[in-house]
Design a protein around this ligand. Structure first.
Ligand code: C5P
Length: 238
């Protein structure tokens, strides 16, 4: 069953924890990105773990291999279950991250975070990526083909790329942001898809931020998304 992650893109710990409390039991993953992490620091990650959430640290690491490896080690030490890095960091950076994650599992923390490589941000429309003339779908697929051999568990891509990536990279997981229930505002996102279509395309994880966090009733909205995901999966299987 594909899983839902809520992006806790808010500036205060109390607001993040209030949302998490509401969504507990309905949404299995909390995603902490650069806004919240920069405001509140790593203590929140442990608090979310203690609330039985799977914790997804979305800082999109992109640096020299040693720096990224040390950051992965630090994330594993606070119990992060999944994190992101840029596929464009290249083979040596990704392999260093994978090695750090494996070492974390062998060490005291005992937990190996899943590593997801960002392909093309879902906010990019075709033609917007500086210096890259390829279509986002082609560029994302090229990067995804390397992600598995480089030691990553999956890639971050839009729903529009998921089917092609799943078909050509067996075993690689797809995590899709840019998810918009029908009728909700795209905002700054450009390559968007509904929860049902993303699940039909093969997404393993859906990331939803503002459609849940800015809703009048975040829990009701999350429940509708989970139900839409489940019925899409049933249709896919039949
Ligand atoms: O509010 P919205 O649903 O657009 O939030 C999407 C979340 O997913 C944000 O936290 C954003 O940082 C993250 N994300 C993304 N596109 C990527 C990778 C991560 O939108 N390629």
């Amino acid at each position: 069953m594909p899983q839902l992650a809520v992006a806790l893109d808010v500036p205060e710990k109390q607001r993040a924890l209030a949302l998490a409390s509401q969504l507990r039991g309905t949404v299995p993953w909390c995603k902490v990105g650069m806004e919240l992490f920069t405001h509140v620091g790593p203590g929140l990650l442990e608090e979310l773990s203690a609330m039985d959430f799977s914790v997804f640290l979305d800082l999109k690491f992109y640096d020299i291999p040693n720096t990224v490896a040390q950051a992965v080690k630090a994330a594993a030490a606070v119990g992060v279950n999944m994190l992101t890095l840029h596929c464009q960091g290249g083979e040596r950076m990704c392999r260093a991250a994978a090695e750090a994650a494996a070492n974390a599992a062998a060490g005291v923390s005992g937990a190996r975070p899943l590593l997801f490589g960002v392909t093309v941000l879902t906010s990019f429309a075709p033609g917007e990526m500086p210096g890259i003339t390829a279509q986002p779908s082609d560029f994302a697929l090229d990067l995804a083909r390397q992600a598995g051999p480089w030691g990553l568990d999956g890639v971050v891509c839009s729903g529009h790329e998921a089917a092609a990536i799943k078909a050509s990279c067996p075993g690689l997981r797809c995590l899709c942001p840019g998810i918009r229930p029908a009728g909700s505002a795209a905002g700054d996102q450009r390559r968007v898809m509904t929860p049902a279509l993303a699940v039909a395309a093969g997404a393993d994880y859906l990331v939803v931020g503002r459609p849940i966090t800015a809703a009048a009733d975040p829990l009701a909205t999350a429940k509708l998304i989970v139900a839409e995901m489940a019925s899409s999966l049933i249709q896919k299987q039949n």
